[in-house]
Design a protein around this ligand. Structure first.
Ligand SMILES: [Zn+2]
Length: 291
C-alpha cells in the first residue's frame, strides 16, 4: 500500500515536473523556435486547403498558389521571389531550408474575404505565419502592362514597386528571431531593406513630418496597428530606425537582431546594443525636430 502510494506520488511528481518543464520550455525562446515550424506548417496546411482549387507553380524555394487568370504573373512572381531570397541568403546568410508559400489574389475583394482584419482591405501584400499573400498588382497600379504581352516590363515594375522585398523581410526577421520583436520594428526594418535595395520609400518622403502630432515611443511600441494615422506610424518607425543605422552603422543593427535571435527581450537587446533604452534613443531622434 505504502509502496503503491510512494510510486503514485513519484509518478505525480514526475508528471508535475514534466508539466513544469513543458511550461518552462513553452515560455522560453527555445520553446518558441520549436513551436514556430509547427505554426508555419499548420498555417500552410490550413491555407493549402483553402486554396485547394488553385493552381500551383514550384520554384527552387517557393510554391505559388494562383487562380488560372494569373498564370503569367505567378511565373514572374516566382522569379522575383527567388531573386529576393537570393539577396537574403547572400546578405544575411538566410537559408531557411523550407519552401516559402506565396498566395496570389486576383482582386481586392477576394483578398479582403480571405482575411478578417480591416487592415488587409488596404494591403497589397501581407506576411503572416511563414507565408506571403499578394494582391494582383493590376489591382493597385494601373501602370502594370499585360504579363502575357510584356513580361519583361511587368517583371521590372514588380521588382521596383512590388511588395515582395518588404514581405520577405518580414519572413526573414520572423524566421531568424522567432517573432521576438515589436510590430513597429519589423515594419521599420522592412522599409529599411526596401529603401536600401530598391531606393523605395513606402510613404512618400516629399511631405514634411507633422512634428506637432508625432506618436510617442510607447504608442508605436504598444499599439502600432491601432494608431489612426498608419502612414505616420510607418514613416516614423522607418525614419527612427534609419537614423539609428546611419548613426551607429549596420553591424550594430545586426547585433541587435542576433540578440533577438537568441531570445533576449527587445528592450534589453536594444539596451545592450546601444547602451541606452529604445525610449532614450527615440527621445534623441525627436530632439532633431526640437521636440
Ligand atoms: Zn509590412
Amino acid at each position: 500500500m505504502n509502496k503503491k502510494r510512494t510510486s503514485l506520488n513519484r509518478r505525480s511528481l514526475f508528471l508535475l515536473w514534466v508539466l513544469a518543464l513543458a511550461l518552462f520550455i513553452g515560455l522560453t525562446h527555445r520553446g518558441m523556435t520549436l513551436a514556430q515550424p509547427m505554426l508555419y506548417q499548420g498555417n500552410l496546411l490550413f491555407e493549402s486547403w483553402r486554396f485547394r482549387h488553385a493552381n500551383t507553380i514550384k520554384s527552387e524555394n517557393t510554391i505559388i498558389y494562383y487562380t488560372s487568370s494569373q498564370k503569367n504573373e505567378a511565373k514572374l512572381i516566382a522569379k522575383e521571389a527567388e531573386h529576393v531570397l537570393r539577396f537574403f541568403s547572400k546578405r544575411y546568410d538566410f537559408k531557411p531550408h523550407r519552401t516559402l508559400p506565396i498566395f496570389l489574389f486576383p482582386d481586392r475583394s477576394s483578398m479582403a474575404d480571405h482575411f478578417a482584419t480591416t487592415k488587409s482591405h488596404k494591403a497589397n501584400g501581407i506576411y503572416t505565419s511563414g507565408a506571403v499573400y499578394l494582391l494582383n498588382p493590376a489591382a493597385w497600379n494601373n501602370n502594370f502592362p499585360s504579363a502575357i504581352d510584356q513580361p519583361k516590363e511587368w517583371g521590372k515594375l514588380f521588382h521596383e514597386e512590388g511588395p515582395l522585398t518588404h514581405e520577405i523581410t518580414h519572413y526573414y526577421l520572423d524566421w531568424t528571431t522567432a517573432g521576438n520583436y515589436p510590430l513597429w520594428y519589423t515594419e521599420a526594418f522592412a522599409q529599411w531593406v526596401e529603401y536600401t535595395q530598391l531606393g523605395f520609400e513606402l510613404i512618400s518622403p516629399t511631405e514634411p513630418l507633422p512634428t506637432e502630432s508625432l506618436y510617442t515611443y510607447d504608442q508605436l511600441n504598444n499599439q502600432f496597428d491601432e494608431l489612426p494615422n498608419q502612414a505616420l506610424a510607418y514613416r516614423q518607425s522607418f525614419l527612427f530606425l534609419r537614423w539609428m543605422i546611419h548613426k551607429y552603422g549596420e553591424p550594430h543593427n545586426q547585433q541587435l537582431q542576433d540578440r533577438l535571435a537568441k531570445g533576449t527581450p527587445f528592450a534589453t537587446a536594444w539596451q545592450k546594443t546601444y547602451g541606452e533604452s529604445p525610449k532614450q534613443s527615440y527621445r534623441k531622434w525627436l530632439h532633431q525636430f526640437d521636440l
